[in-house]
Design a binder for this molecule. Structure first.
Ligand code: SAH
Length: 350
């Protein structure tokens, strides 16, 4: 199988290019062009024979956008094709200060959270570092409609399908590549990694020299109830998760964020709000409340807007810092894994 050149940092690329008998400075040109989203055939700074030689040996762009859906609020959803025919999805959100891209880290997911569409068919495979990077590059190029301004996307959230800490090494390599000054150069402080709470890997992450924002999907302040909606909760208790967050804060100085999905009658009651307050009061953290995106594969319902605001009010009164996430892209299957699931359903019907 062909190697993907995006996998390499500049030094590694230099070695490869020199091994091919080319001058080392070519590596800088190729690196830049790859990160702008160019195919080898479009790298006109290079001679035609070199372009052809590269094309014979390597893959340039491992990810292609094959479908886009645009919401009335400007949010865009992408279906990306990988070279082996698998598909993953991404969401592009436009804010006043620039674009945020939500990236996937795995095809499918092993976590099987009750409310999520990504894990319905389990884990198919991990994404490679260049595939995760390829999502960002393809989206950057898509925004411009042409030769991408490689810096259009200034924030990245690892909240698409997959569990990033279940694909740890590839995610770390991706983080190094995407924040490289000579590449896309997104600062780790503008990157959020979201995990369902794989505790040992949270400790490992704290020891890496990449200080991304750490987000944990909590979804319940009570272990027993959390276990019912998130099977991974059977392996790690909430106390263990919070200890790992405190360690992350101590090592990196980064405040941690909890995501909390409001499911009607299941996670949105006064008892849950009190539980959260008791658990988190005084901690340097923030709670991000998300109204459930309902998916057709289960019967869980979203909290009503009124209950969602009431829940947030209770948290604030209890001394917690909390926000209710704006609903974006609900008209385009905004929830995790829904677009891919629909695509797979359609393929089955054909
Ligand atoms: N595996 C990681 C990252 C991917 S999921 C994690 O668990 O954090 C990203 C976020 O989307 C998580 O907080 C997840 O719980 C949430 N999510 C998944 N399905 C959802 C749905 N149907 N509605 C709202 N949020 C959902």
């Amino acid at each position: 199988m062909k190697t993907c050149l995006l996998e390499k940092d500049l030094e590694q690329l230099k070695n490869t290019i020199v091994e091919m008998g080319e001058k080392a400075f070519r590596a800088g040109q190729i690196f830049k062009a790859l990160h702008l989203g160019l195919e080898f055939s479009e790298m006109t700074e290079l001679s035609k024979p070199l372009r052809e030689k590269l094309d014979e040996k390597f893959i340039s762009q491992p990810v292609k956008i094959i479908k886009t859906l645009k919401s009335v609020d400007g949010t865009e959803k992408f279906l990306y094709a990988l070279t082996d025919g698998n598909v993953v999805e991404g969401v592009l959100m436009k804010y006043k200060y620039g674009y945020t891209l939500c990236v996937s880290t795995q095809v499918g997911c092993r976590m099987h959270c009750a409310f999520c569409a990504s894990g319905l068919n389990g884990l198919i495979r991990n994404l490679s570092p260049s595939e995760i990077l390829g999502e960002v590059i393809a989206a950057n190029r898509h925004i411009d409609g042409g030769l991408g301004d490689k810096r259009k996307i200034i924030n990245i959230v690892m909240m698409g399908s997959g569990e990033p800490l279940d694909n740890y090494d590839n995610v770390i390599t991706f983080l190094k590549l995407v924040s490289a000054p000579n590449g896309i150069n997104v600062s780790p402080r503008n990157i959020s990694l979201s995990t369902s709470g794989i505790v040992p890997k949270m400790y490992d992450l704290a020891n890496e020299n990449i200080h991304v924002n750490l987000t944990v999907s909590l979804h319940s302040p009570f272990d027993e109830e959390r276990q019912k909606i998130m099977p991974i909760a059977k392996a790690y208790s909430i106390k263990q998760i919070i200890d790992a967050c405190v360690n992350y804060f101590d090592k990196t100085g980064r405040r941690y964020i909890f995501e909390y999905v409001l499911i009607r009658g299941e996670t949105d009651t006064a008892r849950h709000a009190e539980g959260l307050i008791n658990l988190l009061k005084g901690k340097p953290c923030h709670v991000n409340l998300i109204r459930l995106n309902e998916v057709k594969e289960n019967d869980l319902k979203s909290a009503s807007d009124k209950d969602a605001y009431r829940f947030m009010g209770m948290l604030e009164k209890g001394g917690l810092s909390a926000t209710l996430r704006r609903r974006m892209g609900v008209d385009i299957d905004g929830a995790c894994g829904q677009l891919r699931q629909r695509y797979l359903d359609e393929m089955k019907e054909d």
